[in-house]
Design a protein around this ligand. Structure first.
Ligand code: ADP
Ligand code: ADP
Length: 237
């Protein structure tokens, strides 16, 4: 589904943040990235959709090498990849529903009351997603009225509204308390399993990774140093 080959990144200011990462992500697999701060986890995630430009390597999403694409084609292909962020990246002054629908367009329209301009099936689909993440009754609330856990649920629904083939998830629970973190990880992984949706999750917290991820990639100093199941990891450390 996704194949990375020799993916490398050296920032202008420093040493190699990512060196020669080669990785196959099959359909439906939920992969956790772990490793110390500065290991290259965010860089790896951000290279995949070229939020960070890789210095070398291939990023095959199906048959398409994302590294080779120009701006317009990249924008098109990025629609296949859903992003979920640590700080949610919601539009605070818009409602929950409007935030979810923005996933459908890929940007937030500047006009108000844009709900009316959406096809009814998009709106129905957004309600279904809000129901799935447990926010049906918050649809008309402004995003800035929600708790952290609720915001991340909106983030998940928005990413799904895009109907992605792959999810990239960057420290989804780093701003949440332990109990909420487990709830969010459970929801996220259940949804991925239901849909056969592959995900790469920069997960930070090793016990959470062991509980919820199907496969774990360990990074250190920009290199992949572990690739295996959660059980193998516990034998290793
Ligand atoms: P992690 O997510 O595992 O904490 P990062 O991918 O954020 O690691 O960082 C990997 C390395 O790249 C670190 O040495 C970090 O300082 C460096 N780095 C990350 N982003 C940038 C940037 N925008 N410019 C320069 N160096 C960066
Ligand atoms: P994280 O590890 O959660 O990705 P950081 O706190 O390392 O976040 O970095 C925050 C921001 O600063 C990111 O956008 C990252 O790319 C950038 N950054 C990290 N390290 C460096 C660095 N050495 N030089 C410049 N920018 C950096």
């Amino acid at each position: 589904m996704l194949h990375l080959e020799g993916l490398s990144k050296t920032y202008k200011t420093g040493d190699a943040a990512l060196s020669d990462a080669t990785l196959d992500v099959p359909k439906g697999q939920i992969i956790g990235l772990i490793g110390p701060s500065g290991a290259g986890k965010s860089t790896l995630i951000r290279c995949i959709n070229r939020l960070v430009e890789p210095t070398a390597g291939k990023i095959m999403l199906g048959d398409v090498d994302l590294v080779k694409l120009g701006k317009t084609e990249l924008r098109h292909q990025r629609r296949r990849i859903g992003m979920i962020f640590q700080e949610y990246a919601l539009v605070e002054r818009l409602t929950v529903m409007e935030n979810v629908l923005s996933g459908r367009l890929g940007y937030v329209p500047f006009w108000r009351s844009f709900l009316r301009k959406y096809p009814p099936q998009d709106i129905q689909n957004a309600y279904r997603l809000l129901d799935r993440v447990g926010l049906m009754h918050q649809a008309d609330k402004r995003a800035d009225a929600l708790s952290g856990g609720q915001r991340q649920r909106v983030g998940i629904a928005r990413a799904l509204a895009q109907e992605p083939e792959l999810l990239l998830v960057d420290e989804p629970t780093a701003s949440l308390d332990p109990k909420t973190s487990r709830q969010i990880m459970r929801l996220l992984t259940e949804i991925c399993e239901e849909r056969g949706l592959p995900a790469i999750v920069n997960i930070h917290d090793v016990p959470l990774a062991q509980q919820f991820m199907q496969r774990i990639i360990g990074l250190n100093s920009g290199r992949i140093v572990f690739d295996g199941s959660p059980e193998e990891l516990s034998d290793d450390v």
